[in-house]
Design a protein around this ligand. Sequence first.
Ligand code: ATP
Ligand code: MG
Ligand code: FE
Length: 349
Amino acid sequence: PLILGIETSCDETGVGIVRGTTLLANAIASSMDEQARYGGIVPEIAARAHLEALTPTLDAALAEAGVALSDVDAVAVTSGPGLAGALMVGVGAAKALAIALGRPLYAVNHLVGHVGVDLLRPADAGGGLLELPTVALLVSGGHTSLLLVRDLLDDVELLGETVDDAAGEAFDKVARLLGLPYPGGPQIDRAAAGGDPAAIAFPRGLTAAKDQAAHRFDFSFSGLKTAVARYVEQCQARGEPVPVADVAASFREAVVDVLTAKALAACRELGVPRLLLGGGVIANARLREVATERAAASGVALRIPPLALCTDNGAMIAAVGAQLVMAGRAPSGWDVGADSTLPATVVQA
Ligand code: ATP
Ligand code: MG
Ligand code: FE
C-alpha cells in the first residue's frame, strides 16, 4: 500500500511517502533557524511554522515520490508524544486529507516511528525486515527513551526514560552555559575537538544502584548540567578562563558513557543481542563510536539508520502506518486527537 506519513511533533515538518517498506519520499522543513534566535524551541513558533510548511512539504514529497495525492491508500500521522500545539497541526491536517481523499487515518506513536524507520533501509542492506527483539535507544532534543521492542505493533516496552532533561536538551543547555549558540549538539562537538574527555570527572546520573528511579534504566541529565554550571562559575570566581574544550569533551563523554552503558546493560540483562539507535543526538560521532565499540565487545548487533532517518521525519510515521495497514488493523477513529504524553507502549492511538 502507498502510505503518506505526517510528522509535526517538534520543530521538523515531515511528510514521507512509502510503498510497503520502500521509501519513496522524505520531505522535511525545519523551523530550527527561527528557533535558534530564541536559543531553543518555542512551542507556539513551532506550531505556526508547521502550518506554513505543511502544504509545500506535502507538495515536495508528492513530487519526489512521483505520485498523485489520489494514489495514496492511507494517511498516517504522529499523534504523540510531542509538543501539543505542534501535534495538533499535523493531526488536523492528516484528518482533513484523509476525509477529503476518502482514505483511512492511522494515528501513530512518534517513538515507535523512530524504531519502524529501520524497515526502510535499502533492500541490499536487509530492508523490509526488522530483526526482533531489539533494544532501542532514542535520543533527541525532546526525548531520551530506552525501549524493548518484541513486536513493532503489539509489544513495545518502556525500559527507561529521562526523569528530567532529554540528552539533546542537555547538549543545548550546556552549550548555552559555555556561550555557544543553539543547537548545542554540533557546537559542543566542535568545541570538544582537542579537549581532554578525562579532564573533569562530571557525574553520570542514575548509575548507582541506590539511585531512585521509576524504571530500571531511567536517565537523568540535570545533575550533569548543574555540575557543568558550577564548574564554569568556579573558574569565573577565580578569574580564570573556562577551559571550553576540556569542559565540552568531558561533558560529552559523560553523556555518551551513560547512554551507551545503560543501553548495553539492558541488552545484556534482558538477553537481547540487538541495539537500534535513533534521534537527532545520533549525529554525535563520539556516541556512534562508543556505541560501536561497546556493542562489539558485548556481541550485540548495532543498527544505526542513516542520519536523515534518525532525526524526526514523515517517512518513519508512514513506515509504521504501512505495517498497520498490511496487518489489517482498523483505522484510528475520527475523534483521535493529539496526545502530548502518549506512552511508548501505545503504538496506534
Ligand atoms: P524530537 O525530540 O521530537 O525527536 P527534536 O527536534 O528535539 O525532536 P532532533 O531534531 O531529532 O530532536 O535532534 C535535535 C537535537 O539533537 C538537539 O538537541 C541537538 O543539540 C542534538 N544534536 C544535534 N547534533 C548533535 C551532535 N552532533 N551531538 C549531540 N547532540 C546533537
Ligand atoms: Mg528537531
Ligand atoms: Fe523524535
